[in-house]
Design a binder for this molecule. Structure first.
Ligand code: SF4
Length: 191
């Protein structure tokens, strides 16, 4: 891994993530199977948010969109639960991950003209999404999850040589950022 990219990963960990790594762009395969899981509404967000299916758009559009980017970074927040019913840790870890994710989004946006963040979980910028009655209140800030775009997150991690599971009683939230680095000197950008 290039020194500059290592520095970018270190930058991510400075924002509080427990792990980060370069995303293998070839792992960005948008799968109908993931869409079917969204359709089954296990997370109760299907057809309830502008950044979830069906409003977020087709798998084909997602595939076209990621072609604009030449670099990806995965970030993760891992916590150790007392047991599988440790809802406090689950809740607190999700909040910590989302907060750190949004802070890094703002930081990267201040340095890169075009980034595509994909979070863990549905867009929760507003307490209640305006979907479907009104347009999205913050179209430039709204963020879809990796799953909502149709990505199988554990596969993306596996193909990027980044663990998805860190052992018994661990919990990990995974998100990613796509950037277009062109010939930008990353070190100049992040220091
Ligand atoms: S920014 Fe608000 S209105 Fe837009 S998708 Fe997110 S929650 Fe919904």
């Amino acid at each position: 891994m290039k020194k500059e990219i290592k520095t970018l990963m270190k930058h991510a960990e400075d924002f509080g993530f427990t792990h980060s790594g370069e995303l293998n762009l070839d792992s960005l395969v948008f799968m109908p199977e993931v869409r079917q899981m969204c359709n089954s509404d296990l997370c109760k967000s299907y057809n309830k948010n502008w950044m979830c299916p069906p409003a977020i758009g087709t798998l084909e559009n997602a595939a076209l969109r990621v072609k604009n980017y030449n670099f990806g970074m995965i970030v993760q927040t891992t916590a150790l639960m007392e047991d599988e019913f440790d809802y406090d840790t689950i809740h607190n870890t999700e909040i910590k991950h989302k907060n750190n994710f949004m802070k890094l989004v703002d930081n990267l946006k201040s340095k890169y003209s075009d980034i595509l963040p994909m979070s863990a979980g549905t867009c929760s910028i507003c307490n209640e999404c305006s979907y479907p009655d009104e347009p999205c209140r913050f179209p430039n800030k709204a963020i879809g999850s990796m799953e909502s775009y149709g990505l199988w997150v554990s596969k993306v991690c596996e193909l990027s040589n980044i663990p998805y599971y860190y052992g018994k009683n661990t919990l990990t939230f995974t998100s990613c950022y796509l950037l277009n680095l062109h010939n930008i000197d990353i070190l100049d950008k992040i220091t």
